[in-house]
Design a protein around this ligand. Structure first.
Ligand code: NAD
Length: 331
């Protein structure tokens, strides 16, 4: 098969410029290892593990499944129960992890320890100004997340079609594009817009190794690009989630002047977790991006990585190359 060599693949020592992004309750060892084993970059989501000791065990488990590099996602967002970030950080370093995806807010408080231990930092953010700040404070690469994304898109609402080239115009470090990517067409587009690869979340939720109930995967296949909802807008903690009775209710309460306390019982992550575990897509809030409109199957994660890269090379060398016709210039 073909490979696509970019600044991202070279910096992180992976074969393919395809990352399986951090996903709460989804980014477990089997999925991360399957992506890495296929030559992409898989990420274990740290806070999906109830304790730092559980994260250490999850990292060990992934090591039994692949010898290839995988990373850990550490997300720092407003939360009902603040986790002991410093302990998770210590576990990441002590386990010998060499790649960390930070997300949610400024990674600076975490960087000294990571840098001192040779950990490369891929920081995910939703605006060019935050990407530039991350570059300034010394992250190794950025993942720039467009408005299409699942989870927290920030408050600027700039879609990838503008955000990615805007980032390309300003950043000097490698960066990957995130939000709305699900197939080879997206990868080619991201590369054309100036990115060095793609990050995908929702697409990897819909794979064989993804540890969520089959009914949720099927709901993603069945949904279209309009079936998401933006919650927490009035709280400036916007999150894109699946449209269901719960998310519609949360939007209504907050639009009518409600505060976080008025929706906490509806949005608690513990409740959303039951969706993934039991397959009842109406049981709570769960994250998914607009990209669900172009997700039509549930392949093995490794097959998905290989398919995307192979088809991307075909698009570049086939359809796109065939559009280029040299014409003589009249003198
Ligand atoms: P949770 O149950 O604490 O909160 C549920 C939702 O409410 C989240 O979207 C959260 O951002 C939001 N929220 C919490 N307190 C808020 C407040 N005071 N004002 C506005 N919004 C508020 O969180 P969870 O979904 O169970 O997540 C548990 C942990 O995992 C958190 O620490 C969170 O940061 C992290 N997380 C990770 C990812 C990832 O992809 N890695 C995604 C989401 C959350």
């Amino acid at each position: 098969m073909s490979v696509l060599t970019t600044r991202f693949t070279e910096l992180f020592g992976v074969e393919h410029p395809v990352v399986q992004g951090g996903m709460q309750w989804v980014g477990r060892a089997e999925l991360a290892a399957a992506v890495s084993e296929a030559g992409g970059l898989g990420l274990i989501t740290a806070l999906t593990q109830p304790t730092p000791a559980d994260l250490a065990k999850e990292i060990e488990k992934a090591r039994t499944l692949t010898d290839k590099p995988f990373g850990v996602n550490l997300t720092i967002l407003p939360t009902i129960t603040p986790p002991p970030y410093d302990e998770y950080r210590r576990v990441i370093v002590d386990a010998g992890i060499t790649i960390v995806e930070t997300a949610g807010s400024n990674p600076e408080p975490h960087m000294d320890l990571f840098k001192a231990n040779g950990v490369k930092i891929l920081h995910k953010c939703t605006s060019v100004r935050h990407a530039l700040k991350a570059q300034r404070i010394g992250v190794d690469a950025v993942s720039i997340d467009g408005f299409e994304c699942a989870g927290h898109p920030g408050e600027d609402d700039v879609p990838g079609l503008v955000l990615i080239p805007a980032a390309a115009d300003k950043l000097t470090i490698p960066f990957i594009a995130s939000g709305g990517f699900g197939d080879a067409r997206g990868l080619v587009a991201a590369l054309a817009l100036g990115a060095d690869g793609i990050n995908m979340g929702s697409r990897f939720m819909c794979t064989v190794e993804s540890p969520i109930d089959q009914a949720v995967k099927q709901a993603i296949v069945d949904a279209d690009e309009r079936d998401t909802e933006l919650i927490f807008r009035p709280l400036r903690n916007t999150a894109r989630v699946a449209k269901n009775a719960v998310s519609v209710e949360v939007v209504r309460i907050l639009n009518e002047g409600g505060q976080f306390a008025d929706v906490q019982h509806l949005v608690a992550g513990a409740r959303g977790r039951t969706v993934y575990e039991n397959g009842d897509v109406e049981a709570g809030i769960w994250s998914v991006g607009m990209v669900q409109g172009i997700i039509h199957d549930i392949p093995a994660a490794g097959d998905l990585v290989r398919r995307i890269v192979t088809e991307a090379a075909e698009i570049i060398q086939g359809r796109l190359a065939s559009l280029v016709t040299a014409v003589g210039v009249a003198s």
